[in-house]
Write a protein that binds this ligand. Structure first.
Ligand SMILES: C[S@@+](CC[C@H](N)C(=O)[O-])C[C@H]1O[C@@H](n2cnc3c(N)ncnc32)[C@H](O)[C@@H]1O
Length: 374
């Protein structure tokens, strides 16, 4: 199978590594997505173990496409719709990209829909209904350079939603972005990990689950279950292996989250316990300035406020200055990783970066910056 996986911008390379470890091959890295090939077990497995992917799409057809007519005919003739899509099954169409004469995605999606339903109608005198919220199939069309690629989306929901986070604090990180950022630190699960402004606890939950390879999204109903070549036996085998996986929590080092805001702290507590990690992540409701370094050096992570408004920024300068001084005074020998969305503020840390990785956090151009605290 040819599969596309979408990724947080800046972390495509890390998704590629992850997919390779899970059994994907012939991997190609692009902006915000990767392409790979895989067999059935791998396709099912990546849904339980990929921590970076938003979604997976299986490519099913491609054809040259300039205009309305070549789109209509290409969709109709390039895939065996009648075997795959019975009129009792619902679907919807999503479109990305454009050609010079197909520039309105809504219109293009309608044309794809018409091509498929006209074909069904001509054979069965009946056609599929469209469902926006709960379809059996999501058909994705990508247009680029007069080429059309048709794919089937494998899950209804984005896979970054893991189900442990009903409560979110201020500016929470997407779970897959948090996981990808942790992956870049190469934290090996042997040294302590502290999030000094942990918000809803996303970094720490993702770090633990990634290190222990805890499967995710096992109990979802997937759209690939509706595909003609769905292999229920293989899927159940992968699912049961994931469900019965023995997780060795005993090997975790000290993991601490610090959050000053009592309400956000309570939300973090809820999330961490929903993730089943309340015995492994210590939460402290305090200013990070009160933290003590009682352990061997490890990694400190932080997604601080960026302060997009001027007033905020002035207040935050003081926070960043305090952070820099505090870390240098108390955590010498540790690594510090900061998600910076505001370079003006970051310079007030007065620390020398040893690595900067560009990433996008919800559309904000950020840098994930590594410092060696001296
Ligand atoms: C951008 S949010 C972090 C979001 C978090 N990564 C998540 O996914 O939910 C920054 C957090 O830092 C907290 N914070 C601000 N100043 C703090 C301080 N001095 N000590 C500890 N936490 C602080 C805020 O209350 C806020 O929840």
């Amino acid at each position: 199978m040819n599969v596309v996986a979408s990724a947080p911008e800046g972390l495509e390379k890390y998704l590629a590594e992850e997919i390779s470890d899970l059994g994907g091959f012939k991997i190609r890295i692009n902006k915000r997505f990767i392409n790979f090939e895989c067999d059935h077990p791998t396709l099912y497995r990546v849904h339980f173990y990929s921590r970076l992917a938003f979604r997976f799409y299986r490519e099913i057809a491609s054809f040259t496409c300039f205009d309305r007519q070549s789109l209509y005919e290409g969709v109709r003739d390039s895939f065996n719709w009648l075997d795959w899509l019975h009129y009792e099954k619902t679907f919807n169409v999503q479109v990305t990209g454009r050609t010079s004469s197909l520039s309105h995605t809504h219109f293009t999606a309608l044309e794809v829909k018409n091509s498929i339903t006209d074909l069904q109608q001509s054979v069965w005198n009946k056609r599929s209904n469209i469902s926006l919220d709960n379809p059996h199939f999501i058909i994705h069309l990508h247009l680029n350079n007069n080429k059309a690629i048709i794919s089937l989306q494998s899950s209804l929901e984005s896979l970054h939603k893991r189900g442990y986070r009903p409560a979110v604090g201020n500016a929470p990180l997407k779970e897959n972005l948090a996981s990808g950022l942790i992956k870049t630190t190469k934290w090996n699960g042997k040294s302590p990990l502290i999030d000094i402004m942990c918000g809803s606890g996303t970094f720490l939950i993702e770090a633990v689950n990634q290190f222990l390879e805890v499967p995710i999204n096992i109990d979802q109903v997937y759209l690939f279950e509706n595909w003609l070549d769905f292999r229920k036996d293989i899927y159940l085998n992968e699912k049961n292996k994931a469900k019965n996986k023995i997780i060795n929590y005993a090997k975790l080092p000290k993991i601490i989250g610090c959050e000053i805001n009592p309400k956000v702290f309570d939300q973090a507590k809820v999330n961490i316990s929903l993730a089943g990690l309340e015995n492994y992540i210590e939460l402290i409701n305090n200013d990070f300035l009160e933290l003590q370094s009682k352990f061997m050096p490890g990694i400190i992570i932080c997604n601080p406020p960026y302060g997009k408004k001027l007033g905020d920024e002035n207040e935050l300068i003081f926070l960043y200055e305090k952070m820099g001084i505090f870390l240098k005074n108390h955590f010498s020998g540790w690594e510090f990783w900061l998600l910076s969305g505001n370079p003006k503020l970051t310079k007030y840390l007065k620390m020398k970066a040893s690595l900067k990785i560009p990433v996008s956090n919800g559309g904000i151009d950020c840098r994930w910056i590594k410092y060696l605290i001296r």
